[in-house]
Structure formats: structure tokens, C-alpha cells
Design a protein. Sequence first.
Length: 64
Amino acid sequence: MKIKKEKISWQKADAMCGQLGAKVKRGFRPDVLVGISRGGFVPLRLLSDYLNVRSVGVVGVKFY
């Protein structure tokens, strides 16, 4: 299975995280956010800022 990849700008990534954060805020207040180390640090950080959540965790993923 081939996964379609798209390069996006920093502004688009920020906007997408802002939209996701707004949807989450509608009915949920997370205590902790968890990101994936292979590409998830930036969205994790942006979402933690949008949601004002300071407790974050990271899951490492390795492929052999």
C-alpha cells in the first residue's frame, strides 16, 4: 500500500493544528497529550500550546 505524502508549509501546519485544537476544545479538556517521535513533535507542541496542556508524553517508534 502506497501512502500519499504532501509537503505543507509551516503556516499550513500551524493552521491545521489550530483547527484541530478548536475542535477538541468544544467538548473535551485533555490532561495529557501524547505524540509520536517520528514526525509528531511539532504537532504535539503546537497542540499543547493551543489547548494550554503542559503535560506531554512521547512514544518512540522504530522500524527494522
